[in-house]
Every structure is written in C-alpha cells, then in structure tokens.
Design a protein around this ligand. Structure first.
Ligand SMILES: Cc1cc2nc3c(=O)[nH]c(=O)nc-3n(C[C@H](O)[C@H](O)[C@H](O)COP(=O)(O)O)c2cc1C
Length: 357
C-alpha cells in the first residue's frame, strides 16, 4: 500500500492526507457558517484529517469579508452541522482558529470591532478585498494594550472550547502568514518595549500563552499549531535569529505536548521557502506529529513521507476541484483543475459543484 494512503495510528487517521485550511469566503456577511459549507466539507471527508478554513476567535480578528467566526454561540451552533456532516461520513475535522490581527479592513468587520497588532504598523504592500469596493489599502492597526492582549488570548480559549463543544476533533492555531500570532514573533511587526516584545522569550510570550491556555482548556491532544518560518505573506519578512527563535519555540511546544505542528512553505505561491536547516530542526526537535504543506503532489508527498521529512502531508489546492482526491489517487485517475476566479466568491459555484470522477 502506498504510504500516503496508509493509516496514521498516532492520531487515529485513516490516511496521511490532510486537507489544508483554506479560506473560501462562503460564510454570511456577519461571519456565520452556511449550509453549503457543511456540504463542502462533507464532500471531502475521506481526507485523513480536514482542517477548516481560518475561523476567527474574536470580532477583532475577522478581517476578511465573509470568513467565518466562532466568537458567538450562534456561529458555534452553525458549525455543529459542519462537524456532524463530516463525522457522518467517517471523517475527522479540526477547526483552524485564525485571528487576522493587522491583516484586516474595518468594512469587513462587525461594528465596534478593532484592528489589533503588537505595534501600530500597517502592512505596507498588502491590499485587502472589500465587497463592493475591491482591493483597498489596510489601515494602521491599534497597538494592543496589556488588557487587549489578555482579552484576545481569552477569545482563543473560549472559541476553542466552543469548537470542541460543537463537535470538532480539535483546533489548529494559526501561527503563520502574518496574522496576530506570527506578528508577535517577528521583530519587524513587533516593536514592543514591554515583556511582549524584544527578546525571543518576549516575542514568543503571546504565542506560547495562547497554545498553553488552549491546551489546558481542551486537552493538548486536541491542539495543533501552524507556522511559516521565513514566510513573506502579509508583508512579513525574514528576520535575523529566526533559527534561534523557532528552535526555542519548538522546545517550549514540546513541554506542552500538543498534537502536531503544521509547517507551511509557500514557495509554490512565489513566496520565500522555509530554509532547509529550519525544516530539519523542526523535524528533529519536535516530538509530536509533523504535517507538511505547500506545493505537494501525490509523488512528492510520497517521497517526503518515505524520507521521513514529515508524518502527514496537507494538500490545499488539489482538494478544491477534487473532493474525491483520495479515490482518484487510489485509482490513478487524473486530477481536475480548480477555477481560481471562484476561490473566494459567495455561493455554491466553484465550491460544491466539483463532483467526483
Ligand atoms: C484559496 C486558498 C485559501 C487559503 N486559506 C488559508 C487559510 O485560511 N489558512 C491557512 O493557514 N492557509 C490558507 N491557505 C494555504 C493552504 O492551507 C495551503 O497551505 C497552501 O495552499 C499550499 O498548499 P497547496 O500547494 O497544496 O495548495 C489557503 C490557500 C488557498 C489556495
């Protein structure tokens, strides 16, 4: 049997193919999940593990139009249907908790919400899509007070609990791509002078507090963390001391015993790659499961598993047009191509109308 399609006992998965988290913007304008989202995830339930699109734990973290949240009980209720439909098909599903931080536009967010970041620095190049306006500049975020920091950490905890109560098998904390958690890690976006900025320990204080408190609330076996060292999405930049920073991060994460790290490399999107020495360090140092993502096909995924570079491979784009990806690989059926124009548009088209082979 091919390795990708073999079981992974440690997390009780029926194969080693993970559906990567993908924002598809099919929630309501008020950021509530919709019925078509349940259909979409259920169609893809044969993945060993589904990780949902980025879902905001806070009204302050819902920076894109029509992305879902889980910061209200009503949103959590709507998510129950998603978890149920996936479970009915024998699938497993984690929810990705994504607080967009400084990558946000007020027109996409509820009234009275605020754009928050470690320091008041707007992403200089990145523009953001707003319904009816198109691509617009991103305003300068507010520098978080200590009260803000405690409050937003609290939203991760309450949302993780809601997700588990709604039936999810776990949560993935989004520590990649320039969102709130990563913006604390990088000295380019975190210029704080208090104990949340400056030294490695200080820059990792908020990320580690979130992981620790969420793990305490729902159990470490139900928590994963996504990272993208050296990434450049959302106007992030490589920084000096990355190796030391991430190495320290991994040591501390080992103490917390979380289920997995999800290492994202966006070189296939034209961004900078994760340096090989950081990949190797993460693999050798981290004691839990390692998921790899970014530009894999069936062949390169098999190779990465054979070479023991990771334990599971996450696929994003291939799952969009191939809900039956596992069946196609099992039976050597060629893959369908997705229509990129419909990645983030509202409604069922280009979303739940890719049928099986
Ligand atoms: C339409 C789209 C939306 C995405 N949204 C998210 C997201 O919400 N959270 C996240 O961590 N990554 C997101 N990603 C990145 C994917 O999870 C994945 O890592 C990336 O697409 C690389 O994998 P691939 O080459 O198999 O597509 C997104 C990618 C795509 C194509």
């Amino acid at each position: 049997m091919k390795t990708l399609l073999s079981t992974y006992e440690k997390l009780n998965l029926r194969n080693r193919v993970v559906m990567a988290p993908m924002t598809r913007s099919r929630a309501t304008k008020d950021h509530a999940p919709t019925d078509i989202m349940a259909t979409y995830y259920a169609q893809r339930a044969k993945a060993g593990l589904i990780i949902t699109e980025g879902t905001s734990p806070s009204a302050n973290g819902v920076g894109y139009s029509r992305i879902p949240g889980i910061y209200t009980d009503e949103q959590a209720k709507a998510w129950e249907t998603v978890a149920n439909e996936v479970h009915k098909k024998g699938g497993k599903i984690f929810m990705q908790l994504m607080h967009t931080g400084r990558l946000a536009h007020p027109d996409n967010m509820p009234k009275d919400s605020r754009i928050l970041a470690p320091s008041p620095i707007a992403p200089p190049e990145t523009k953001m899509y707003v319904d009816d306006k198109g691509m617009v500049a991103i305003p300068i975020p507010q520098e978080m007070t200590l009260e803000d920091i405690n409050q937003e950490i609290g939203t991760f905890v309450s949302s993780a609990k809601r997700a588990i109560e709604a039936g999810f098998d776990g949560v993935e904390l989004h520590g990649a791509n320039g969102y709130l958690i990563e913006s604390f890690i990088s000295p380019h976006t975190n210029k704080r002078k208090d104990f949340y900025g400056g030294s490695i320990e200080n820059r990792l204080r908020l990320p580690l507090a979130i992981v620790k408190k969420v793990a305490e609330a729902v159990g470490p076996d139900k928590v994963g963390l996504r990272i993208s060292p050296n990434g450049t999405l959302g106007d992030m930049k490589p920084f000096e001391g990355q190796m030391e920073t991430y190495s320290h991060f991994i040591e501390k994460l080992n103490e917390l015993n979380i289920a997995y790290i999800h290492l994202l490399d966006l070189e296939s999107f034209g961004q900078t790659a994760v340096p090989p020495e950081i990949r190797t360090m993460v693999r050798n140092k981290f004691q839990g499961t390692l998921i790899l993502s970014g530009g894999y096909d069936q062949y390169s995924g098999e190779e990465a598993l054979k070479n023991n570079e990771g334990d599971l491979i996450a696929y994003g784009r291939p799952f969009i047009a191939n809900p039956d990806l596992i069946e196609r690989w099992k039976n050597d059926i060629p893959l369908a191509n997705a229509n990129g124009d419909l990645f983030y548009t509202p409604g069922p088209e280009g979303y739940i109308d890719y049928l099986g082979s």
